[in-house]
Design a protein around this ligand. Sequence first.
Ligand code: ZN
Ligand code: ZN
Ligand code: FE
Length: 765
Amino acid sequence: MPPVQHCIRVEVRVEGVVQGVGFRPYVHGLARRLGLSGRVGNDTAGVFMEIEGTQQLVSEFLATLPAQAPPLAVIEQVRTSPLVPTGEPGFHIVSSNAAGRPDTLVSADSATCADCLRELADPTDRRFDYPFINCTNCGPRFTIVRDVPYDRPFTTMAPFAMCPACASEYHDPCDRRFHAQPVCCPACGPRLRLLDANGVDLPGGPLATAAALLTGGAVLAVKGLGGFHVATLASHTAATALLRARKHREDKPFAVMVADLTAAHELCVIDPVGERVLTGRRRPVVLLPRRPDTPLAPAVAPGNRNLGVMLPYTPLHHLLLRDTAGPIVLTSGNVSDEPISYQDDDARQRLAGIADAFLTHDRAIHMRTDDSVVRVFRGAELPVRRARGYAPEPLTLAQPAPRPILGCGAELKSTFCLARGRHAFISHHIGDLENYETLRSFTEGITHFRRLFDVQPEVVVHDLHPEYLSTKYAHDLPDVELIGVQHHHAHIASCLADNGAAGPVIGVAFDGLGYGSDGTLWGGEFLLADLAGFQRLAHLVPVPMPGGTAAIRQPWRMAAAYLGSDAPEELAQRHAGRWDAVLAMAHRQVNAPLTSSAGRLFDAVAAVLGIRDTINYEGQAAVELEQRADLTEQGSYPAAVTKGPALQLHGADLVRAVVADLQAGVAPEVISTRFHHGVADAIIRVCVMLRDSTGVGVAALSGGVFQNVLLLERTVAGLEQSGFRVLTHSRVPPNDGGISLGQVAVAGALLRAGSRASRGTGNRQ
Ligand code: ZN
Ligand code: ZN
Ligand code: FE
């Protein structure tokens, strides 16, 4: 026993994602390596340990602890306090102390690690070719967790009793699978099945037969981590076209899964940041510039210069890609806008008309989760859809929420957000809250998150739009305090929270539509904002939306509204039957609500250029307008800014410039770029004017329109050149998927300010 007087003993507490990620064996190994004695264990707050040894060794231990932590660990806080040395020899892992309120975090699902991949490919390993191989450093997490604490009986692995070999790995602190809850092997774990459309097992090995079916041009449903995908060979012209027809999905691009980074490089131009995101453990779909002559079928991503690419993230994907002749289309297993299927019976019913066969297994999915989608912007991720691989990791709030808060989000690309203390748990992408299935997914998700993270919301935040199902849901909750937050204020607050900032900023919120404080539809807004409130200082000049929501689906109506009788003859001809009626509607403002939406401005231009007269998915016209832009073009269009109660930005000037160039014979590709530049330049000018009047030199860019990288790049560059500090999104999407976080951030600020009188945010004028 070492002489007591030379030793110190400290208590160390680590909080964050530290359970179920191999943290205790890691601590055990590190302490033993340094010759320290003591103990380590889990409790409801995270991991606790007592470390005893010389001052120098204990310091070395504490310095190394965060630096070499296991890959899935997220350390949020390490606290130490002195203890009296006990002289207890050895270092031990002690049993969990499960009493009290759970305050630990659940990991996101993680792509198969390199060690598991090596075993998967090793014919001498007992998990050779086993499609469910995983370990403490990888595998399913959030999607299989039914309840806390994170322990096998509370996951969908509960029905699988471990065989002796797996059990000994599970109980061995020195093993990579120590306390890996989903640990299993061919002897004891889930099994693959391949069923025909009637649910009958097909003969042969499921994997080999499935790969042969794919190669032969079949449409295959594949059970993944968070739900069913449907897959076809991406080079197969007939199969991809068939998939599109069966899914009733006319234009929206399909994502493609490739075997590895080399295969990804064959399809897309990828910079080092893109490589890092593609190969990272979260494995989102990454939207990348597509190479001109890829061997992909035309139906994969029609008319799209970008391609959504992802790398395999489950062992099953790795095996399937290995055995298939090239990249596969892997798209959500659903019909058009419904949520993704995740239960076997339901999938077989709903996908019966789409898939020829089902590659499935008997490990249940508890939480339905779609693939995440990101773009890459200036060396960082620009999230488009935050779901599998990211949820339910919380964001840390700069200021703790004074009371538990629920943000209900908006309507499209819905998410919710629960906040307790410094943690904001943003849900995975739920979908558009427009049908019963999605609403059920929303309410069940809230129930699940409330239990997992022990948040009982006392304050509930909703959008100002009275007809959103999320607003109605909030109003139906008993015994809570309600706060309404204006949509674009929530957008800017989400950007602030994304950056750990509090404002004030000049917030530029450009999106499709949101309910304004004055009851009109907003969407091209400049707000002087902090978390607690805003002033609408400038906006796009409102124009009528002839036919209301019909104008969203039919961008040509917006061209008519912007141009009236100045519209190009061709456009009027294309819609001759309805043109005059639509013009009259716009002119008299009957069934034509006014909107300052930037999304509708992009729609109008796409229609004028003949790129999109009608759309099949939200934002399609703007997406295709960006895709068409000639990236070598330098020109720009001017737009007037006039003074009123707020500054008025004249979007119509841009549309007229588009028409003039079109009539002068300028190529649509060049016009598209000049229009994008014109919008960016106008934003910069307005921001400079607002800085002059307010003295605020920080700008925050949010709203779905800023998923457009051409616009975003020019706007950020110009603002920075003008001396602004610019905040953009890198953790939550700029689109409505970020609204719930913004709502929570606003509510937290209002509660901290304690201003009961002004609960809810309208316009501060
Ligand atoms: Zn692994
Ligand atoms: Zn086993
Ligand atoms: Fe929005």
